[in-house]
Design a protein around this ligand. Structure first.
Ligand SMILES: [Zn+2]
Length: 476
């Protein structure tokens, strides 16, 4: 058997997002030695089930109307999974929903989780897909109650029994061990060091003997990410050296991924941890400036950029070297001139011209204006964007697991700070902190603001009524 006790778990829900959607059906098949006990209940999600989901699962609003709420079954669910490895298909989904249902009750829920998609992938690497219907067909599993929680949980139990018929025991056990990735913590850390780390978003720091951290990382699940550094399966050379030097772990929770990214960026730049390697160099980011008239492109360091005057700037690039490499690539593709791009200094034909790759701006075969227009066109896709809002905005993140709400405040692509309550937000709006423009933050925001819920905080600062509304909107 996989472990002393195994709980095959399946849930039906009102949607796909654990933070917003709710559980409507729970099925648990607990297998302990020779004892198999099944349990299942519909759950009142305290909201309406979308029609498409009703059609898929056959669970209607009428069916759950008189079912218990999750609060009433929470003890039963916890008890039936306690002491077990929890086995589920796409286990992250079910585990995430359970964690959030418990978090709504102010309780925490953790379990060791084994995903049957991963298990199938490991044991049958040459076949695909690995969704539940594919497993049913491939292993001839009977599936009378497909798409109901208990029906699907039974299928998982049947799948594992099929594995034991089809594959050698050692192979299955090896696959299970790999997936569970039991981390072997470095001996200098306390054995329960991982248990103290929450499964919430945030940043973590590894320390050796010095006051400065060896490494700074971020994750939406701190414990899982930290454990991954020490799991024997995927350990990189860097992680092996870290394991030898680490003496303690510190962490800070955040309300979401953006908060974790912002904090990581700030810590890496200010502390320059020895093992952050590539990330560390973010402090070297540059943009390429080209003027309206022909002239050499210039590299502008992050700290020299005025966010109110981004015209002519393109990027960002990780370093001067990368920016130069980008120009070289453009030169190759579009027969631009090396001398006109500032990639070399010489009179007469440039290097590219000598190998017939330059259209000839260096020898008068192309006018400086025509060359410059082609360069502008080539770089236009990388043109830095003006701040698209009027003044300050807040981006709101909430984590049920970490039980916190944060509002990250930005203006002109600069991160002014993060407020944790109404008075902090009020203070920030009243007296905006100074913040330097930073290409790394710019890059982060360009990628993420489009998807985020952005609350305008007013051009000249909002009126008290507007501010109250913004706070309410943000849930502060
Ligand atoms: Zn040339």
């Amino acid at each position: 058997m996989l472990a002393p006790a195994v709980a095959f778990v399946d849930l039906e829900t009102t949607g796909m997002t654990a933070a917003e959607d709710r559980v409507t059906d729970v099925g648990i098949v607990r297998v302990e030695g020779d004892t198999v006990s099944e349990w299942s209940t519909l759950v009142d999600p305290q909201c309406s089930i979308p029609a498409g989901i009703q059609a898929l699962t056959g669970i209607t609003n009428a069916m759950v109307a008189r079912a218990p709420t999750f609060e009433r079954i929470a003890d039963e669910v916890a008890g039936r999974i306690a002491g077990c490895v929890m086995v589920a298909h796409n286990a992250r989904f079910d585990y995430g929903f359970l964690k959030h249902e418990f978090a709504r009750l102010g309780r925490s829920f953790t379990a060791r989780v084994l995903c049957t998609v991963k298990l199938s992938r490991r044991l049958y690497p040459d076949t695909s897909p690995h969704h539940l219907d594919a497993l049913i067909e491939r292993h001839n599993l009977s599936a009378p109650d497909r798409h109901r929680a208990l029906g699907d949980a039974r299928i998982l139990w049947a799948f594992v029994q099929a594995l034991y018929r089809e594959r050698p025991l050692e192979e299955i056990e090896l696959a299970v061990r790999r997936i569970l990735k039991t981390p072997s913590l470095p001996p200098q850390l306390a054995p329960d060091a991982l248990d103290l780390i929450p499964e919430s978003p945030g940043v973590y720091r590894f320390y050796g003997l010095n006051a400065l951290p060896l490494y700074v990382g971020k994750s939406i699940n701190l414990r899982e990410r930290v454990a991954a550094h020490f799991s024997s399966d995927y350990r990189s050379a860097n992680d092996q050296r870290l394991s030898a030097e680490i003496t303690r772990i510190e962490f800070e929770e955040s309300a979401g991924e953006l908060g974790a990214l912002l904090r990581e960026s700030q810590l890496v730049k200010s502390l320059l941890p020895a093992y952050n390697g590539r990330l560390r160099k973010r402090a070297d980011m540059v943009a390429i400036w080209i003027g309206a008239d022909p002239g050499l492109p210039e590299f502008v360091h992050s700290s020299e950029i005025d966010p109110g005057a981004l015209d002519g700037l393109h990027g960002p690039f990780a370093s001067r070297r990368q920016a130069r490499e980008a120009l070289r690539r453009l030169a190759r593709e579009l027969a631009l001139c090396w001398t006109a791009l500032g990639l070399e200094r010489r009179d007469g034909p440039c290097f590219a011209r000598q190998v017939r790759r330059c259209a000839g701006a260096c020898v008068g075969a192309e006018t400086p204006e025509a060359h410059h227009a082609r360069l502008q066109e080539a770089l236009s896709a990388l043109a830095m964007r003006r701040w698209p809002y009027r003044g300050m905005v807040g981006v709101h993140e909430t984590s049920l697991i970490a039980r916190r709400t944060e509002v990250h405040v930005f203006r002109d692509w600069c991160w002014l700070g993060t407020a944790h309550d109404e008075s902090e937000l009020g203070a920030m709006i009243e007296t905006p902190p100074r913040a330097e423009f930073d290409l790394d933050i710019y890059r982060l925001l360009v990628r993420r603001l489009g998807r985020a819920r952005v609350i305008p905080l007013g051009a000249q600062g909002p009126s008290p009524a507007e501010r109250k509304e913004a706070c309410e909107e943000a849930g502060l």
